[in-house]
Design a protein around this ligand. Structure first.
Ligand SMILES: [Zn+2]
Length: 214
């Protein structure tokens, strides 16, 4: 009995699909662009793979669409696939961070929006725009998952951090413990998770401004 090639109930192995993309995408017949780039990364001891969104769109449009809608989790899959491919191509696993960067080939990319058109609906999605970088902050560590120790009962637990101000626990996770003041808890940096964080200010390029506007 035949069944459809892809039905919604079939789990989508996204990491595997990124691996297929790196391994099988042909720029021109016989030219395996990303496989070559990965070999180059191995020989130069690099850590960053740059992929073009249009290439992914041509190879696996469904995966490209998922990347556009939910870049945060799909980038994780892309990085895992990158690491698996490095391993497969003979690279010894090294305990360091690897990155996958998304770029676009031209201005007609489906990711492109004018800076002026940036709206709330674009939050957490992948977009591309042209602009002039006018200010950038130093790169600072940003706390994203804090580990606290309760000084009363010594229990340790994590609190997810969503803003730049540290969110302290309002009570201890141990039900019988009465701790609730900020001074009852201690932040343990070495068990917490930080990311490198930078803010940038970008201005529209003069050609994109409507006539008569500055
Ligand atoms: Zn406690």
């Amino acid at each position: 009995m035949a069944s459809p090639a892809s039905s919604p109930s079939v789990p989508i192995h996204k990491t595997q699909r990124f691996e297929d993309f790196y391994r099988l995408f042909e720029d021109k017949p016989g030219i395996y662009k990303y496989q070559e780039q990965i070999n180059d990364i191995i020989s130069k001891n690099g850590d960053s793979l740059i992929i073009f969104y249009e290439d992914l769109l041509a190879f696996d449009s469904q995966l490209a669409e998922m990347l556009k809608k939910d870049p945060e989790s799909l980038i994780e899959e892309a990085i895992n696939a990158f690491k698996n491919t490095l391993k497969f191509q003979g690279s010894k696993p090294i305990d360091k961070d690897y990155f996958v960067r998304i770029s676009t080939i031209d201005e007609k990319s489906p990711l492109t929006i004018p800076l002026r058109g940036l709206r709330a609906k674009h939050i957490d999605t992948l977009v591309s725009f042209k602009g002039i970088l006018i200010r950038s902050s130093p790169i600072r560590p940003k706390l994203i998952d804090a580990t606290f120790e309760c000084l009363v009962c010594k229990t340790q637990f994590n609190v997810t951090q969503l803003t730049s101000r540290i969110k302290w626990p309002k009570f201890c996770i141990k039900k019988s413990c009465k701790a609730k003041a900020q001074s009852d808890f201690r932040l343990i940096s070495k068990h917490s998770t930080f990311i490198d964080w930078q803010s940038v200010t970008i201005q529209e390029i003069p050609e994109d401004l409507p006539p008569g506007r500055i």
